[in-house]
Design a protein around this ligand. Structure first.
Ligand code: NAD
Length: 371
């Protein structure tokens, strides 16, 4: 099979779907790899790093010849239309937000493996691109916040007296939130974590943070959280308001699958924060965890600098690409048999990840949204 690595075109996207060392592992599975010229450059992998792969400057030719196309961001409709009917696309798709794209994938008879749909079961962990990218984004968030602070994070003893350690609150302790807590802790801050899932208490403590206990249990299904009732929300709010008011830095990462980001900090709570404090809202792209967040922008609201980052994994493009490429390799390893494409659509992981196949939207929930 011929595998094409396309150059990302989404503004601000520096990642590439396949890095040189992993491409060579794919070749050992019997694939031949073609790289769109310059595809890895922004992620620190120039064409010359792909020494064993073919470089192709003509994207139309690249797409027309490829049996499998690898991408990071959902590709444009135009790119899909130039793919070979029956070819495979492996990429983030975010189907609910890109319904035109999904219809084009269906009509072009593309087999689509949507990387955000990898089932969150133990066997699929090595393919879980949402987790690999969230871990890096979570690491980066406190660093980003720290450059907007006029304070340091650790305690420091100087000849003129001691500086106190900063207080960091991380709200939402999934993959990203736990990495954010771990980073802030390593930088010497006094850390607190909060989540609606009580099992995160132990996880927060394991990275050196205290857990904010609100007395509300919001465990949902499949390791995710459920939405809270109004009474529960009020109870949580009163406890959280105190912790928000004490923080020098807050990182918010809360999300509920398929829903807009839950609101964790409102305007009143923001106004009650310390002068010079910083909030990094990792829910910015999905409606924001904090009132007033501007996606892709930094705004000053009262005492607070509110940062609404877009695509944090791209800020760490080299290693984000490395982990994403490995996630893709582990998936392709399941569908490539002796150099031939042979997906087993009865396998739970393949079935769960498949969005379109042979002219059909195979995921029921997405088909209802799109058709
Ligand atoms: P996510 O990005 O969907 O959500 C982030 C966090 O926000 C979650 O911890 C959630 O509980 C929390 N949250 C939701 N509503 C909230 C609210 N109102 N207030 C505070 N916090 C709120 O989560 P994620 O990082 O993708 O992972 C969620 C869970 O799934 C984790 O426990 C993770 O370990 C688990 N997981 C399992 C696997 C696997 O088994 N293969 C893979 C990935 C993740």
């Amino acid at each position: 099979v011929k595998i094409a690595i396309i150059k990302e075109t989404t503004a601000g996207e520096k990642r590439v779907a396949m890095i040189p060392v992993v491409a060579q592992k794919l070749e050992k599975l019997g694939a031949s790899i073609v790289l769109e010229a310059g595809a890895g450059a922004a992620a620190t992998f120039p064409d010359t790093a792909y020494s064993k792969e073919t470089i192709e400057a003509d994207q139309t030719k690249l797409l027309a010849d490829a049996d499998i196309v690898l991408a990071v961001q959902p590709p444009s409709v135009d790119i899909v239309k130039r793919m070979k009917p029956g070819a495979v696309l492996v990429s983030f798709i975010y189907a609910r937000m890109n319904t035109d794209l999904v219809r084009t994938l269906r009509d072009s008879k593309i087999t689509t493996f949507a990387m955000e749909m990898i089932p969150r079961i133990s066997r699929a962990q090595a393919m879980d691109a949402l987790s690999s990218q969230a871990a890096l984004a979570g690491y980066y968030a406190p660093l980003l916040a720290s450059v907007h602070m006029q304070k340091i994070l650790p305690m420091m003893t100087t000849a003129v007296g001691s500086l106190r350690a900063a207080r960091v609150l991380v709200m939402g302790l999934g993959v990203a939130g736990l990495q954010a807590l771990a980073t802030a802790h390593r930088l010497g801050a006094v850390c607190e974590g909060y989540d609606v899932r009580p099992e995160t208490k132990e996880e927060a403590e394991s990275v050196g943070a205290k857990f904010v206990d609100t007395g509300v249990d919001a465990r949902g299904t499949g390791g995710y959280a459920r939405e809270l009732t109004d009474d529960e929300k009020a109870k949580v709010r009163s406890v959280l308001t105190q912790h928000i008011a004490q923080a020098d830095m807050i990182i918010t990462t809360a999300s509920v699958p398929g829903k807009r980001a839950p609101r964790l900090i409102d305007a009143e709570q923001l106004a009650g924060m310390k002068e010079g404090s910083v909030v990094v809202d990792m829910g910015a792209e999905n409606g924001g965890n904090c009132e007033g967040t501007q996606p892709g922008d930094i705004v000053k609201i009262g005492p607070v600098t509110l940062v609404g980052p877009i695509n944090l994994p791209s800020c760490l493009a080299q290693q984000a690409s490395e982990l994403y490429a490995k996630n893709i390799f582990n998936l392709l390893e399941q569908v490539l048999k002796e150099g031939e494409l042979k997906p087993d659509f009865t396998d739970d992981v393949i079935k769960g990840t498949t969005l379109t196949h042979d002219g059909v939207i195979t995921n029921d929930a997405i088909r209802q949204v799109v058709e």
